[in-house]
Ligand binder design. Structure first.
Ligand SMILES: NC(=O)c1ccc[n+]([C@@H]2O[C@H](COP(=O)([O-])OP(=O)(O)OC[C@H]3O[C@@H](n4cnc5c(N)ncnc54)[C@H](O)[C@@H]3O)[C@@H](O)[C@H]2O)c1
Length: 352
């Protein structure tokens, strides 16, 4: 298979390295309009053929294109690649709008081309272990996600911190609890330096109040924290991505209410049992992601992280924009026959 990678900035060179190491890949092309980035890749990976012009890349005899450019360029570049008959890999977040995401999915389906969205975390040993634990019922019914992803991060020019960082957490959440339906979104944040929010909090409500999720993202924190608590009715899990060896800890802890006859009579019993840290696989996530993309093409099936998974994340991001601009207004999802649309809980603020 021959792969072209467009966008050789911060993230693209990681794709170059991981596609080069796949034994099913015979040639990798790289494309960036910035000469310095081409020189950088040339110095590290001399076997990569480099081009400045995307149209020239699409004219090459390649099977697939990986797009690692800023979010607001994803749709246009992906559309061109699909129209040129190439399978596509898109960096997270998939697109800037749900309309764009749906159009790309439909186009790819009509041409039997694959869309892979790089929700990298789903290929980490830690998240795969978490999936096993949730699927085999060890945690019991999941009642909340509480997550912090903060550091002195790279400011993106075209999207706010929710669009940049929350796709990781949202894709993990959707993967772990695919059957729980998000019904409403609320987001608050602040732009301290320009028009783009650098700190934000995102909360999700679920059907029948079956779960709640809260994500705190920040590009301007003095310390780097990557922590997620996933609470089940039976056990609770803490995922700390800053830990080297014990990234996941399972706590046999919980709360049992033995009587519900009024708050004063309620007997709350705390369960504090053992904690253990399961062994997790160490294979580099991007390498597994690249293999999944390639095999999904060869086996003519949807990849684990397809356009549909990308769309589910973009729906929440899009709703978060509407909420954050209205200081945390609750944006509820409603499903019509053809498409999702949003409306606020306040009258006369119907959007989307
Ligand atoms: N999966 C992950 O964990 C992860 C991590 C970081 C970034 N990303 C994603 O990767 C994408 C890129 O992010 P980044 O931080 O590398 O951005 P970046 O700005 O560092 O790099 C983007 C590069 O694309 C090039 N480019 C843009 N438009 C082009 C065009 N039309 N033709 C040729 N080159 C073009 C720019 O010159 C630049 O070198 C974003 O979608 C981001 O969200 C994903």
């Amino acid at each position: 298979m021959k792969i072209g990678i467009i966008g050789l900035g911060y993230w693209g060179p990681n794709l170059v390295r991981n596609f080069l190491s796949q034994n099913l890949v015979e040639k990798v092309y790289g494309c960036d309009m910035n000469e310095d980035r081409l020189m950088f890749v040339k110095s590290r990976y001399p076997s990569v053929e480099l081009l400045k012009n995307y149209n020239e890349l699409l004219e090459k005899d390649i099977d697939a294109v990986a797009i690692a450019t800023p979010v607001n360029t994803h749709y246009k570049l992906a559309l061109q690649a699909l129209n040129a008959g190439k399978h596509i890999w898109l960096e997270k977040p998939f697109t800037s709008t749900t309309v764009q995401a749906k159009e790309l999915i439909e186009l790819a389906d009509s041409k039997n081309l694959k869309i892979f969205v790089d929700h990298t975390f789903l290929y980490t040993g830690a998240v795969r272990k978490m999936k096993d634990l949730v699927s085999n019922g060890e945690l019991g019914d999941i009642i909340y996600f509480d997550s912090v992803r903060v550091n002195l991060g790279l400011f993106q020019h075209d999207v706010n911190v929710i669009w940049d960082l929350a796709p990781h957490d949202l894709s993990i959440m959707n993967y772990l609890i695919p059957d729980k339906k998000v019904t409403a979104v609320t987001a608050c944040g602040i732009s301290n330096y320009n028009e783009i929010e650098n700190l934000a909090q995102l909360s999700l409500h679920f059907e029948n109040s079956s779960c709640f999720a809260h994500f705190h993202v920040n590009w301007t924190s003095p310390v780097k924290i990557r922590k997620m608590i996933i609470a089940g009715k039976e056990k609770m899990l803490v995922f700390d991505d800053m830990e080297n060896s014990e990234k996941i800890k399972i706590y046999n802890s919980g709360v049992d209410i033995t009587t519900t006859e009024g708050i004063h009579n309620a007997l709350v019993q705390y369960r504090i049992g053992d904690m253990y840290s399961p062994k997790i696989e160490q294979t580099e996530a991007l390498s597994l992601a690249a293999r999944e993309f390639i095999t999904s093409i060869l086996e003519d099936r949807k990849p684990l992280t397809s356009g549909e998974e990308g769309l589910e994340v973009v729906k929440i991001l899009e709703a978060s924009d509407k909420s954050i601009k209205n200081r945390g207004l609750l944006i509820e999802f409603e499903q019509s026959f053809e498409k999702f649309y949003y409306h606020s809980v306040l009258p006369f603020q119907k959007v989307g």
